[in-house]
Each structure stands twice: as C-alpha cells, then as structure tokens.
Write a protein that binds this ligand. Sequence first.
Ligand SMILES: Cc1cc2nc3c(=O)[nH]c(=O)nc-3n(C[C@H](O)[C@H](O)[C@H](O)COP(=O)(O)O)c2cc1C
Length: 440
Amino acid sequence: MSSSCQKLQGYEFYQKVLGGAKLVLAPMVDQSEYAWRILSRRYGAQVCYTPMIHAKMFCDEGNKQYRTDVWSTGKYDRPLIVQFCANDPEVLLKAALKVQDQCDAVDLNLGCPQHIARRGHYGSFLQDEWNLIYKLINTLHENLSIPVTAKIRIFPEVEKTIKYAKMIESAGAQLLTVHGRVREQKGHKTGLADWTQIRKVKYIGLESIAVLFIYYSLHLTDMQMKLIQALKIPVISNGNILYFEDIQRCLDVTGADGVMSAEGNLYNPAIFANMYPPVWQMAKEYLEICRTVPTKIAYIRGHLFKIYQPALPFHIDLREQLAKVNTFEEIFALSEELRERLMKTAAESGKDTEIRKDENGFKIFPHWICQPNIRTENGSSKKEKKEVIESNNLSDTLQREQDNNANNDSKNDNSNNSLYDEESTQFTVSSLFVESSLIS
Ligand SMILES: Cc1cc2nc3c(=O)[nH]c(=O)nc-3n(C[C@H](O)[C@H](O)[C@H](O)COP(=O)(O)O)c2cc1C
C-alpha cells in the first residue's frame, strides 16, 4: 500500500522534521561524509546531505566496499537527507529502502554536470527526460515511508525552470533545492549562480521588488504568501555563498526558505556560524572526529587540502607530503607540524584583527585563517594571494615561490573523486566584477 498519504509533506515536513532549517550542508561526493557532517553541525549546519550515492552500485551485493565507503551515519546525524543518482526507478527504490530508516528524506540528484554523469546517464543529464524524472520521484513518493526531495540546476529559460520545478513537485517531491547555474556552468565556465531565477521559481509572476515590498510592508500572513508562491513545497537556494553575510542576502533576494553551501563550507566549516577560525583549529577538530568515526584517508586528505588551502603555498614541503601520506597518524602528525608553524607566524604577526577588503570587495584574511577559495578564470588565485602576502608583510621570495606553485594547487589536491571528476563550482573574479554587490 502507498505510504505517501501518511507521511508529512511540504512545509509540514520542513517545519516538523527539518526544523525549518535555513542553513543546509550540500551533498558533496567524498566530502560531506559522516565525520564532516559532525563538524559542520557543530558550526551551524541545520540539515546535512550525504554525498551523492550511486544507486546501482549501492545495491550491488558484490560491491560491499562501495556501500561501506559512501554510507555511514550515527544517532545524532539528523536531520539527514541521503542523496542518490539513478536512472532506473526500481533500482533507486531498492537503494532508498536500504537507508530510509536512518534518514529523514531521500534526494534525487538532478544537478551533476560532470562527464561521468553524462556517461552514466544521471544528474543534470536527465533534465530533458521529464517522464523518467517523474517516474523516479513518484516511485519513491509512493513507496518510501519518508519524503523524497530533489536537487536541480536551472535552464537558461526561466519559464522552463518553473515548469520543471512544478513537474518535480507534482511527482511528489516535498522540498526542492535549486542550484542557480545551468548545466554548462562548470569548470572555468562556472561563473555566478542566478539568484533571480531562483526567486522566480519561488514566486511566480511577480517581480522580486513587488514581492519584497508586499512582504515587508503589508506583512502578509503565511496563507497569503502561499498564494503568490509558484511551488507549495519549500525551496532551498544554492550558489554564490562565499561569506556568512551572503546567506541573508541570498534569502532576501531569492525569497528561498533556506540556503545550501558546498564550497564555502569546505574552505570554512564555520561559515554558518559567522566565524573565521584559524585553519589549524578546524583541521584538528575534524581529525579528532575522524579518530572516533572511521573515515577514508582520501576524504580526510581532501578536507585538509581545502581547510589548509590558504596556508599550504607557504609550506610547500608539507603540501607535498600531504599528497603522499597514507595513514591517519601520518596525516595527524603533518597537521600538527603545520599547526605549530602557523601558530608561530600568527603570534609574530601581531594582533591586527581588522578585516580589510581588496578592490573587488573580497575580504583579505591572513593565510592561517579559514577563508573562501576565490579563483581567477584560469584557475589560479595569484592576484588575491599577492594581496594577502602584501597585507601580511611577507617577503618577495615567498611571494615568487607561491606564484610558481599557485597553479599546482589543484594538481596536488587528491580529493578529486570518481563521481565528481572535475571542479564544478569555482567562482571567477571577472564574473564577480559584474556583480560586486554580492560581497559588501
Ligand atoms: C567537492 C564537491 C562535491 C560535490 N558533490 C555533489 C554531490 O554529491 N551531489 C550534488 O548534488 N552536488 C554536488 N556538488 C555540487 C554542490 O552540492 C553545489 O551544488 C555546488 O557546489 C554549488 O554550491 P556552492 O556554490 O556552495 O559550492 C559538489 C560540489 C563539490 C565542490
């Protein structure tokens, strides 16, 4: 018998099960694993997604290793949404049934833009097959004891995105995450996410100014607000979150119910808490969690490369070692060594804690502070790093050394993984010029 009528739906599910969450940790292959979710929740994540799990591989009895690698959770790991990619409704259902007792919803990935997703026929490469998507979502809606949700990318045409979102809702999705980029926006073409499209998915037929005016000046009731919403289910906005302040700006502009962060959280796991802690503090806390929660070395290494990203160009010997070490204890020792070096530099640099901004509006942090990773179009962050160096009065030699190595950052980052095989979400400085209001 269908269980869809007994479970909570839409806003009731969002309020009662997800606690009306505004701050959402994104699904990230190899990076939103259990240990990372524990850390992110400590620093404000109110709902977490697992990494995308390949439904067919997950169901393959001959591939137990995959299941162990991608799926682990614990008592306090809630609210939790498990994300799958799939193109066969029965396989998706089989996979979802295996996890439904340990999570709060199952999500369908319709946003992955990578070559591997094209080859495997999943993620954003399903976005033109609406009948199949309907079936995938509806099968979960009809047969799971928990709600189904979906994460999409937008189309170039906003009307199509709205129709698409409504189709997904009609299939039974109880929450929709909208990543405001089209499928082609990946790698060096990533650019900015389009918050205005997300706003139109949320509020149909009305321009944002009118909506915001009505909302703030007339204080419409929840019931009245629902009348002007395109969807009856909650919408989570995804994209363009570099700093804590961007969260509120995103909520204001899009009218979304919550905001999801991926990269912003990886480089600063305390972004939701409006904190910019020292990199060594986040690294140590994460490693202590990994001591208690078995975590693949590749995931740990990937996280440390990101947390320590601003500092590693200043300690190239340790960066090279981090790419090679294979045991937890080796990684821990390396992290301790880096911590000692950075604490010494920080202590010597004095107590100037004022946060300055460069001419593009990017905040300038010392290299031992967690901060967003901002890249230029060719993938290097030479200009910004130069300014960081100058602001910290470090030597020209160090700067030259860093410039030479800036382009190697991603090569040495072994966090790349099989299902998301290329960086998809880099901001580019030139595109941020256009919308410099993004960063106040
Ligand atoms: C390392 C990494 C892994 C990702 N893995 C997934 C994934 O498993 N599922 C998914 O829907 N999106 C995945 N994404 C995309 C993010 O969830 C998010 O949509 C995208 O990064 C834009 O958000 P951001 O601007 O906050 O980074 C991944 C992104 C990164 C950087």
